[in-house]
Design a protein around this ligand. Sequence first.
Ligand SMILES: [Zn+2]
Length: 183
Amino acid sequence: MTDDIAQHYRQIITALGENPDREGLRDTPKRAAKAMQFLNAGYQQSLEEIINGAVFESQTDEMVLVKNIELYSMCEHHLLPFIGKCHIAYLPDGKVLGLSKFARIVDMYARRMQIQENLTREIADAVQQVTGAKGVAVVVEARHLCMMMRGVEKQNSSMTSSVMLGGFRDNPATRQEFLTLIN
Ligand SMILES: [Zn+2]
């Protein structure tokens, strides 16, 4: 698999007018192939595997919020990175999820070819599915290199996407509390 991808990178480097045999580029196809496989490792994972039973009984019914989870993904239109942070909140219904698992969920979906809107939705649906929560809220704020480095070259624009499920969608006060807490 790595060799196959590396062979394609070698062709891309050649097609772009470079010499893949010069010293600085000699190992680049293989390195780039490994990097691209790492950045798409989410396809090899499943929700069950990354959660690995880390769902615990709890009587709390207060909002749980995990803020500022770093997020690195790649846009499916240009295969260029988008980088930002993710905020996740949920309203437990007898079960809570281990703290580190929120980052694992974000990484699993981010390490795929994505658009930010779908990524946000997939994270929210996963948290809902795993916790059976009364509500889930996810906000992703990200800067897209395909917009910053090419095309319109807007350096400071960022995009915000959100998905509100259950109590966060139905109850404006709950939603407002979440939005206040992340801002
Ligand atoms: Zn793009």
